[in-house]
Design a protein around this ligand. Structure first.
Ligand code: ATP
Length: 135
């Protein structure tokens, strides 16, 4: 089967690069599945998993904290604010971040808490826990 090059890049540097048979992820407009030969595209991404189907049936997941996906004829690039391979995720750190965010959201009614910020932190943490759970 044909493959396409995928790279995941963050402001801290490259996180992942490989040739894959398919890239799937959740864009703001809905689920995206990219196969080799896909038309050029730029799409903003949700906090979620980038799922990669490698040759031989192997699958890999990368946790992505939003950003953009760009499809060019020979390459898919994910530009993310933060991204971690499943194997690089510190689950305990994500659990602590989840608990902190949940506490802030509980306080949000009484005190001046930035609700959106806490909600995003919670979504990042839950996403990392889910992706790490699939490794
Ligand atoms: P925390 O509160 O634990 O820092 P966060 O969601 O605020 O979590 P980010 O600002 O999204 O963290 O990321 C900061 C940097 O730390 C990024 O380089 C990101 O890849 C990394 N990072 C964050 N959480 C984890 C984790 N659980 N495991 C591995 N790397 C992580």
């Amino acid at each position: 089967m044909k493959t396409i090059k995928v790279s995941v890049v963050t402001p801290d540097g490259p996180v992942y690069e490989s040739d894959v048979e398919m890239v799937s992820t959740k864009a703001k407009s809905g689920e995206l599945g990219i196969l080799p030969g896909h038309i050029p595209l730029v799409a903003p991404l949700e906090i979620g998993a980038v799922r990669l189907k490698l040759a031989g049936g192997k699958q890999e997941q990368i946790a992505v904290s939003g950003g953009f996906l760009e499809v060019r004829p020979e390459q898919v690039t994910v530009l993310a604010q933060a991204a971690e391979k499943a194997s690089d995720i510190d689950i305990e750190r994500a659990q602590r971040a989840k608990e902190r965010a949940e506490q802030r959201l509980q306080q949000a009614q009484q005190e001046h808490v930035d609700f959106k910020r806490a909600e995003s932190a919670l979504r990042r943490a839950v996403n990392r826990i889910n992706v790490a759970g699939n490794r």
